[in-house]
Design a protein around this ligand. Structure first.
Ligand code: Z5A
Ligand code: MG
Length: 229
């Protein structure tokens, strides 16, 4: 792809509750905006849409929903934004499909891993996922923990184990392959931001390769076949 056709990188922040995703995503966007004006920050769940309002009510325990129904709503919340804003371009994203799998897979209703992944197949795939890792004591010491559903130490530990599995599947540490990077989030905000910047900097001038889609093996195979013909 010629230099002028480079697209903005799609970078996702994932991590446990209170690990600093929103803080770091906002700091990164501020830093990038000093260089380019077209950087956008998306957050999932986006609680402002009609679907997002149902999710918000569920997370605050103001309504009950079947585990499958809420899982599909979280995914629908991503699809409604993907189709409006083609979130592969110049976007930084605070939580994404990986949270969808991790939280639903841990529920007692024993949803299968494949079932949890299925509704998000075909969404834009990140060029880089930064997983903020923090210890349980750090989580508890940060404001607001325990106010919503899932905010217990037991759930968070299970979720962390599933995130590890997802990270391995996504290509742990492989920056060039849309990989997954673990960032220690227990340090002060500025120090964490510097580590994140080291990972993001190589992508800050744009990305040449076409945007991929999540877990869409057929599409990825066709693209790879074309590359090697
Ligand atoms: N969920 C799901 O089930 N399925 C899905 O598909 C999706 C989500 C997308 C709500 O998500 C729940 O939805 C979540 C997963 C589930 N449940 N849980 N757990 P959310 O994104 O709306 O909320 P959250 O991520 O759980 O919490 P959070 O408050 O957004 O956490 P955070 O963004 O990682 O942390 P933060 O807001 O940046 O920081 C928290 C506090 O710590 C704040 O006071 C900061 O000032 C402070 N902080 C941040 N960094 C530091 C450092 N380095 N040092 C000291 N203090 C710090
Ligand atoms: Mg947040």
């Amino acid at each position: 792809m010629p230099e002028q056709q480079k697209r903005g990188a799609f970078i996702v922040f994932e991590g446990l509750d209170r690990s600093g995703k929103s803080t770091q995503a906002a700091m990164l966007v501020d830093r990038l905006k000093q260089e380019r004006a077209d950087v956008k920050l998306i957050k999932f769940p986006d609680r402002t849409t009609p679907v997002g309002k149902m999710i918000d009510s569920y997370l605050r325990s103001q309504s009950e929903l079947d585990d499958r129904a809420i899982h599909l709503l979280f995914s629908a919340n991503r699809w409604e934004l993907a189709s409006h804003s083609s979130c592969g371009h110049d976007h930084r994203c605070d939580r994404y499909a990986f949270s969808g799998i991790a939280f639903s897979f841990c529920k007692p209703s024993n949803l299968s891993y494949e079932w949890c992944r299925a509704p998000d197949i075909g969404l834009p795939a990140p060029d880089l996922t930064l997983f903020l890792d923090v210890g349980p004591d750090t989580v508890k010491s940060r404001g607001g923990f325990g106010e919503e559903r899932y905010e217990t130490e037991e759930v968070q530990q299970k979720v962390k184990d599933v995130f590890e599995r997802i990270g391995e599947e996504m290509g742990m540490g492989l920056l060039t392959e849309g990989g997954w990077v673990v960032v220690e989030g227990d340090f002060e905000k500025e120090k964490v931001a510097e580590v994140i910047w080291d990972w993001v900097k190589p992508l800050s001038g744009g990305v040449s390769r076409p945007l991929r889609t999540l877990w869409d093996e057929k599409e990825n195979k066709e693209r790879n076949d074309q590359l090697y013909i």
